[in-house]
Design a protein around this ligand. Structure first.
Ligand code: ATP
Ligand code: MG
Length: 223
């Protein structure tokens, strides 16, 4: 049985005057289905770069990333995008909701992209938002929502297609303590109820310590 996600010798470097700037220096990582993993490390350690490569938003310079034994680095951009949309969700520090659309329309978007008819997508999005306590905010635009609500809508959007893996990069970095705690609890609830695999980058050491597996990066390697 293949592990859910495996990184093997992942390096990332950028050309620069007089050589190459090495950002990731041969990262190995094996993630099993349903695991919850946190990654901490100082600014510039390469956490976001690694998360993006694991989530196929970026490609490694060398090395590979296998999802259920399938080498994602060998796929074309088109193949990788459709694989990503069907199996992976992303949450970032800033919600990246589309300003001119309602919460409902934002959450319906990935379903529409996946080919669902508008009425099906909207019904499913509504169900997801209600489940996350946002019944009274369906028709609000992002600017009409609080920071915590915006992030909950962003999480709803990231999981509405029921991904296998949810990647989060500083998901609470922009929130006050109380809202951050709510978002943390929500992520763990979703991990349990959906059997989600959770990979979270954070600067919050207390949050990181809540994960059964807490990893630390330093200078492009595991610390
Ligand atoms: N396109 C690029 N070209 C050159 N260097 C880059 C590029 N993208 C990122 N870097 C460098 O890679 C290093 C790691 O960046 P990364 O965003 O992964 O760090 P991080 O650990 O997420 O930091 P933070 O905690 O501040 O978010 C940084 O030093 C950054 O300047
Ligand atoms: Mg980062």
């Amino acid at each position: 049985m293949n592990s859910l996600l495996v990184a093997r010798g992942v390096t990332k470097s950028y050309p620069m005057a007089g050589g190459r700037l090495e950002i990731l220096k041969g990262i190995d990582l094996t993630i099993e289905k349903g695991e919850a993993i946190s990654i901490v490390g100082s600014s510039g350690a390469g956490k976001s770069t690694l998360l993006h490569i694991l989530g196929t938003l970026d490609r490694p310079t060398l090395g590979k990333v296998l999802h259920r034994g399938i080498d994602l680095t060998k796929m074309t951009d088109e193949e990788v995008a459709s694989h990503r949309n069907a199996t992976m969700g992303f949450v970032f520090q800033f919600h990246h909701l589309l300003a001119e659309f309602s919460a409902l329309e934002n959450v319906a978007m990935p379903l529409r992209i996946g080919g669902d008819a508008p009425i099906v997508a909207l019904a499913r999005a509504e169900e997801q938002l209600i489940q996350m306590g946002l019944k009274d905010r369906l028709h609000h635009r992002p600017s009409e929502l609080s920071g915590g609500e915006q992030q909950r809508v962003a999480i709803a959007r990231s999981i509405v297609r029921k991904p296998e893996i949810l990647f989060a990069d500083e998901p609470t970095g922009n929130l006050d303590t109380q809202n951050a705690a709510r978002i943390q609890d929500l992520l763990f609830e979703l991990q349990k109820s959906m059997g989600l695999t959770l990979v979270v980058v954070t600067h919050d050491t207390a949050f990181a310590a809540r994960f059964p597996r807490a990893l630390r990066m330093r200078d492009g390697q595991w610390a």
